[in-house]
Design a binder for this molecule. Structure first.
Ligand code: ASP
Length: 417
């Protein structure tokens, strides 16, 4: 059996949804689980709704209406009459969302975030499942929250593999066609959790692992994994073959084409991953498999924008030693700041951080009480895997470089934007 994942761009409007049928006609659709993300920029819109709601700004209600209209426009373009049950189902989901926010008593941001943002995936899968049924592609809509069981770390939940495996194996019909949501799960009290932004790839990896699938295909608006992000670099090239370890490295450094956690479950069972264009389903795209050399072998460029570079030095000129570093790391962990790069000298210690949950401002006074702190917000972290001198020279041109690091395979630089 196979697992497919369709991301936001691949279901961003009615034509994109119609194109899903096109992909299924080309690839076949039996013994298949399809994982779907929220449509287009819905998750961003829901994030804004959460921010307004938490600020007790009633404008959130208007934003829900806009999101409702966006989805109903898509339905109107897919179905020739409003009598199809999908209209009532989508209406009910929007009602649920509104009621949930009115009744909510929690003031925990991350909890409210997960209860709200998950509706993007629930609505998208309802529309796609109903549309496929309508077109004769009989499928079962599965609520991923009944299958993916997690801890209670809202917005960054960790999977309970044993429970998840048991649920997936008992509830998925391996012979049929199932449609489910990416990115969402539930905790032991059945409250909704999410696996982190862009986490639908990871959901596809979890299903594939638990079902022992033959392959996972991620359908994208690019031809596969490229050696650089085409929105940032000119003249990008398609990487036809990469190994699991190369893919993990690329994803870790910030290549947004695959979610970093996706590869681990796949490589444990040696399940191949294909990254392909939903506009050209017959083309080979990129295959990610065990041990295959990077082909074509060339420098791969990754940029992570909006990072924070922090340098800490001791207040009394004492050396920055292991116990201080471990104290810093405990704090970074506690405040959910992801460390991208580390460099230290005798009396100073620098880290480049990804502040995914906007917690840096809470941490800053705590760091300042212990260290002399210098920091730059909004810097970019550039990484070049398999660098060459030419690649570095052209990248460094006209940049204000704050920090550089070179290892055997990887060059990294933090620069002001
Ligand atoms: N919809 C979620 C997001 O935009 C999950 C995903 O697309 O993978 O982050």
């Amino acid at each position: 059996m196979r697992v497919f994942k369709f991301g936001g761009a691949s279901v961003k409007d009615a034509n994109a949804v119609k194109n899903v049928v096109n992909v299924l006609d080309t690839t076949g659709f039996s013994e298949l689980v399809i994982v779907v993300s929220a449509m287009g920029k819905t998750t961003n819109a829901l994030e804004e709704i959460v921010a307004l709601y938490v600020d007790t700004d009633v404008a959130y209600k208007k934003n829900i209406l806009d999101l409702h209209d966006f989805h109903v426009d898509i339905l109107d373009a897919l179905f020739d009459s409003q009598h199809y049950p999908v209209f009532t189902k989508v209406e009910a989901l929007f009602k649920d969302l509104q009621t949930m926010l009115i009744r909510n008593k929690s003031n925990q941001y991350d909890f409210i975030y997960d209860q709200t943002v998950s509706y993007g995936e629930l609505i998208a899968t309802t529309i796609i499942s109903e549309y496929l049924n309508h077109k004769g592609y009989t499928n079962e809509w599965i609520d991923a929250r009944d299958l993916i069981k997690t801890n209670q770390v809202y917005r960054d939940a960790e999977v309970d593999w044993q429970k998840t495996q048991d649920c997936i194996v008992t509830k998925i019909n391996k012979k049929g066609l199932s449609i489910t949501q990416g990115f969402i799960g539930s905790d032991t009290h059945n409250f909704t959790t999410t696996l982190g932004r862009e986490g639908s790839d990871y959901t596809a990896g979890i299903f594939a692992y638990c079902l022992g699938a033959n392959s996972v295909s991620i359908w994208k608006d690019v031809p596969g994994v490229l050696n650089a992000d085409p929105r940032v670099f000119e003249n990008t090239n398609l990487l036809s073959h990469i190994s699991y370890s190369e893919a993990i490295e690329l994803a870790f450094y910030g290549a947004s084409v695959i979610h970093p956690k996706t590869i681990q479950p796949l490589q444990r069972k040696e399940i191949p991953l294909y990254v392909k264009s939903f506009l050209d389903p017959l083309s080979a795209g990129t295959s990610v498999k065990k041990g295959q050399p990077l082909d074509p072998y060339m420098p791969c460029y990754i940029v992570k924008k909006n990072q924070i570079l922090v340098s800490l030095s001791s207040l009394d000129f004492s050396f920055i030693v292991e116990n201080m570093i471990s104290e810093v790391f405990n704090l970074l962990h506690e405040y959910q700041l992801k460390v991208d790069l580390i460099q230290n000298s005798a009396i100073s210690f620098s880290v480049c951080l990804d502040d995914r949950f906007n917690h840096f401002n809470e941490l800053l006074p705590i760091l300042k009480a212990r260290f002399k702190v210098t920091y730059n917000i909004g810097v970019s972290l550039y990484t070049v895997r398999h660098f060459t001198k030419d690649a570095i020279d052209s990248l460094e041109k006209n940049k204000s470089i704050l920090l550089k690091q070179i290892t055997r395979e990887t060059y990294q630089m933090v620069a002001l934007d």
